[in-house]
Write a protein that binds this ligand. Structure first.
Ligand SMILES: *Cc1c(COP(=O)(O)O)cnc(C)c1O
Length: 376
């Protein structure tokens, strides 16, 4: 009997422990040491953002973005409901109200044609989420934001190494957030980064990240006192995490290429099933270069999906679905508003299934395809 194929398996490059040992030898274990600086420089070079700041999670980066945008009690933040809870929570924690907009049937990203109808005098932020590392229609979203004077914060948790019309995801809006959680492409266990694209936010971002102090400016010799100057929290990771992450960043091109080969492998192998009408494969618009974060399929119904998951499981293949749409979750009902019907969110979230995709899956890919062909 073949061993079970897990849904996810974190990939280690092999240099993580070596860099952690170096951090140990350096004797600098709190944040913003030499490994954090390497990661910041890599992110700024790789994406072209004005200022990258490592955080202990994407959740933390979104919380920082909510503080920097100065959202107040009752301000509205337009976002999809088909997303992870942190997209909404970071703003609900500031008293803001998520306003959910339906997604597009092709990319499962926020439907940019439905954003303007959701804007009210209280709207402050538009929050596109780049699902599966495939970009939202950012030109349209930025144009809407400019015309209405809104701030754009990109949840690019899944979007590292992806681009939209040649620009890195997370760098198109005023701010963007990456995740290095172990389920993402480039990992640190738990970790994230805030990309500050509009430089007017950069100085305050450093302060908010360092407990509301001007410590970063103090270390650069720009001020002669280190003191409490604003609200803030502790949003930075320690050097052990940054050392691990640096090993991953060094291999980001290889990791992305290997994931892409797996993604392309699924995509070619599942074409006949799509032609038979038993599933739909992901759709990537021409202007989007994606990072193979995820391979998902869309099945006929919730019942069909449950049967496919059970059949795959019997054949030793672990598949998963997500998300419970936030507009129907208990906290979503309490804290958010949903001004219009959400037909695509409701239907697609019932029918989406994610297949295993991790570096090292190569020898097992055909087994997943065979099991799925049997299951559908
Ligand atoms: C993973 C994820 C997050 C949260 O990332 P953490 O680093 O775990 O905080 C937020 N939004 C989306 C869309 C995600 O996929």
């Amino acid at each position: 009997m073949n061993p079970n194929i897990p849904f996810n398996k974190p990939f280690m490059t092999g240099r993580e422990l070596w860099y952690i040992a170096q951090a140990h030898t350096n004797g600098h274990l709190s944040g913003d040491g030499s490994f954090t600086k390497k990661c910041h420089a890599w992110l700024e070079r790789q994406t072209g953002t004005a200022r990258a700041l490592l955080t202990h999670s994407c959740t933390a980066a979104l919380e920082m973005a909510a503080l920097l945008a100065e959202v107040q009690e009752g301000d509205e933040v337009i976002m999809p409901s088909y997303t992870f809870v942190s997209t909404a929570n970071a703003f609900v924690m500031r008293g803001a109200v998520p306003v959910f907009v339906d997604i597009r049937a092709d990319t499962l990203n926020i439907d940019e044609t439905k954003i303007e109808a959701a804007i009210t005098p209280r709207t402050k932020v538009i929050l596109p989420v780049h699902y599966a590392g495939v970009a939202c229609e950012m030109d349209t979203i930025m144009d809407i934001a400019r015309r209405h004077g809104l701030i754009v914060i990109e949840d690019a948790a899944q979007g590292i190494m992806s681009t939209y019309k040649g620009r890195a995801l997370g760098t198109i809006g005023h701010m963007g957030a990456y995740s290095f959680h172990e389920t993402k492409n480039i990992i640190a266990g738990e970790g994230g980064a805030l990309l500050v694209n509009d430089p007017t936010y950069a100085e305050r971002a450093e302060i908010i990240r360092e407990k509301g102090t001007n410590r970063s400016q103090f270390f650069r010799g720009q001020v002669d006192k280190y003191t409490w100057v604003d609200i803030g929290s502790s949003y930075l990771p320690g050097e052990v995490i940054a050392a691990f992450l640096w090993a991953q960043m060094e291999e980001a091109d290889t990791i992305t290429a290997r994931r892409m080969a797996l993604w392309d492998g699924y995509h070619a192998a599942l074409k006949p099933l799509e032609e038979r009408g038993v599933l739909r494969r992901p759709i990537v618009p021409a202007e989007c270069v994606h990072n193979a974060h995820m391979y998902y399929i869309l099945l006929e119904s919730l019942e069909h999906r449950s049967n496919v998951i059970a059949s795959l499981k019997r054949q030793g293949v672990n598949s998963v679905f997500h998300y419970v749409p936030l507009h129907s979750a208990p906290a979503g009902l309490r804290h958010a508003v949903t001004p219009a019907p959400m037909p695509y969110t409701d239907s697609l979230s019932d029918r989406l299934l994610r297949l295993p995709l991790w570096v090292g899956l190569e020898p097992e890919l055909q087994r997943v395809v065979t099991a799925l062909t049997e299951a559908v």
